[in-house]
Design a protein around this ligand. Structure first.
Ligand SMILES: *Cc1c(COP(=O)(O)O)cnc(C)c1O
Length: 284
């Protein structure tokens, strides 16, 4: 919104359900209210695997609303999009075929060195009409014949690095089945960790675990969870990040690195329990 110059006062943040997924009914009501107030809803962003908690927005329901109002639908699957190489995860983004654009980042969860983001567009004409500039010195027969795709017209800068090459090497090295194997293993390890958290009396899960991220808290409250984070990250042995869900301090453990195995996740859980014994604040 800022880069397009539309201004943040034109941005609508849509309420979420108790799993932190967008409420498509609230989206429809907001868009109808905006139309009634003389605004033109133009762009809807659904997220498959939000940054904070990997919540999954209901893409099919959101697509129906976006279409009704003639808005562009972008689906942001920055991290979770990698999981879609495994057929068993694709139901989580049902309706994605109705999107106008879709992106995911192989640099997040597909073993490709930073940076490498993939953007798909349904109809490239809109992008090219908005972004193409054609000074005389860029004119050439190949472009004019329509036989080539000039990716310079798909983004803001003119120059671009050959990022696809390193992704190509990753695909060749692991193969599709190899990549699926690693992603499934990461999800399995995250679920194992979530199961340990769920049954431990001092911890609780803070969000569902559809992919490889586990959001959890110490039952001692925000102070306990925050002290735990500092102690663990200060140890240099593992690294957790945090977020706020329902206004509460939440720890995040993500399994996604190339060489992470069960022994690492088990060691992380042991370290977390040991640190909690030293830092637990009184309940409440
Ligand atoms: C990480 C993340 C982004 C940012 O992606 P970049 O391509 O690295 O800028 C955007 N959306 C979601 C959901 C993310 O998880």
């Amino acid at each position: 919104m800022k880069i397009a110059g539309l201004g943040r006062e034109q941005l609508r943040i849509i309420p979420v359900d108790d799993h932190f997924a967008m409420d498509a009914g609230a989206l429809a009501r907001q868009m109808a209210a905006d139309v009634a107030a003389g605004f033109t809803p133009a762009f809807v962003c659904a997220t498959v695997g939000t940054t904070s908690s990997t919540a999954v927005d209901p893409v099919a329901a959101i697509a129906a609303v976006a279409r009704r109002f003639g808005a562009w639908l972008h689906v942001d699957a920055a991290m979770a999009g990698s999981a879609m190489i495994c057929p068993e995860f694709r139901a989580l983004q049902a309706g994605v075929e109705q999107a106008d654009s879709y992106c995911f980042d192989p640099h997040k969860w597909l073993f490709t060195n930073f940076d490498c983001s993939c953007l798909f567009v349904r109809e490239r004409g809109a992008l090219i009409r908005a972004l193409s500039v054609l000074p005389e010195y860029l004119r050439n027969r190949a472009s004019e014949s329509g036989a080539v795709i000039d990716y310079r017209d798909w983004h803001v800068p003119l120059g671009r690095r050959f990022r696809a090459l390193k992704l190509w090497f990753v695909l060749r090295h692991y193969g599709a089945e190899g990549l699926r194997h690693h992603l499934r293993e990461h999800v399995r390890l995250a679920r194992w960790f979530a199961d340990q958290v769920a049954v431990h009396p001092d911890f609780e899960l803070a969000a569902p675990v559809p992919f490889n991220l586990v959001c959890f808290r110490h039952r001692g409250g925000d102070a306990g969870s925050e002290a735990l984070l500092e102690r663990l990250n200060g140890s240099g042995r593992l690294y957790l990040t945090h977020t706020r869900l329902d206004g509460r301090f939440t720890l995040r453990l993500c399994v996604g690195q190339t060489h992470t195995e069960a022994s690492h996740v088990e060691a992380a859980w042991a370290a977390i329990r040991a640190a909690a014994e030293g830092t637990a604040a009184p309940a409440g």
